[in-house]
Design a protein around this ligand. Sequence first.
Ligand code: FO1
Length: 358
Amino acid sequence: MKITVLAGGVGGARFVRGVREEAARRWPAGADGPAGAEPAADGTAASSAEITVVVNTGDDLWLSGVRLMPDFDSLLYALAGVNDAERGWGRAGETERVAAELREWGVGWPWFTLGDLDLGTHLARTSWLRDGLTPSEVAERLQRRWRLGVRLIPATDTEVDTHVRIDPAHPDAEGRDELHFQEWWTRHRAAIPALGFEQRDLAVALAAPGVEAAIVDADVVLLAPSNPVVSIGTILSIPGLREALAATSAPVVGVSPIIGGRVVRGMADACLSAIGVETDAAAVARHYGARRAADVDPSATGLLDGWLLDETDAAAVPGLIADGFAAASAPLWMRDLDTSAALAGAAIDLALAARDGV
Ligand code: FO1
C-alpha cells in the first residue's frame, strides 16, 4: 500500500503520525513486505505500507543567516519523537541561549525565537545548501538521523516563500504593504487583514524530484487537515502537481481543517477570507473541487474524490455527495495518537470506498 500525504506543519505532523500508526496496525511489516523492518525512532512499529509526505515549503525563510523550513522541521521532529508537543513547533527540552545573544546583537526578529537545538538543524541545512545540495537532498540527509517510518519530500526545491500583501495604512503596518508570511503569522497573529498572498517564483517552481511520482504512483492520496491556502494551496500551485493529482488513479481524499465553522488550530480563517472562501468545512471542499465534476464538465479542475468532515458538520454530507464528492463524517479532533490514527483510518476507508465506487 502506497500512501501519499500532502501536508503543512503542525496539523500535518499530527495527521501523519496518525497515518503512520494506522498503517502499522493495518499493514504490519512482514505481512506483504520485507520482514524484520525496524520500528521508527519513537517506537512506532514498522509497516509494509510506504508513506510519502509532500511537505509545504511556503512558510520557509532566510533569517539570521540560516535557512528555516518550519513545516518540514515540524514533521521531522514530530515523527522522530523529539518535538515540543505542547508548543507545536520546535524541539522538546529546548534552550534559547543563542537566541538571547542574537537579540543582544540585533540580529533576526526579536519575536521569532530560534532555539539552540533547532538552530543546529538550521546550521546543518544551511551548511549543506552552501555545499551545493538542493533543499530536497538536504531534507533526505536530515531524515537519515532518525528512523521516521515515512519519507518526507519538500514540495519544491525552488524558494517560494510566502509574502502577505497588506494595507500600508493599517495601524500596525508601519507603512509597509507586504510582510513575510512568518512576520504576519507569528508577530501579528494574522490580525492585519491579508489582501493577498504572493510567492515570487511559484509560477516557475519545479516539483522536487519524486513528488510527482509519489502522487501518480500512489494507492491513496490524502490531503492533511492543514491550511488550505498557504500550506495545501502552495503545494497545489506548484506547476505540474494539479496535473499529477488529476492523472493519478489513486483516490484523493481531503480531511477538513474546519470543525463547526472554526479552524482546528492556527489562523487559517484569516487566509480563507483573503481568498473569499467561507470558514466552513463544505466550503473548503468546494474550494478544492470534486474530481468527478470533470465527468460532466471537462473544463472542471476539481481535485478531490472524497472529503472527510467532523461529526458536527455531518449535515453537509448529502449536499457534498450531490456535488460529486464521496463524503463522510468522523471525529476529527486529534487529541492523541489514538484519535489521530482513528482519523487517518477513516480517511483511508473513505478513499478505498471512493476507489471501489461504494
Ligand atoms: N512560532 C511562533 O509562534 N513563535 C516563534 O517564535 C516561532 C519560531 C519558530 C522557529 C522555527 C520554526 O521552524 C518554527 C517557528 N515557529 C514559531 C512556528 C512557525 O512560525 C509557524 O507556526 C508555522 O510556520 C505555521 O505553520
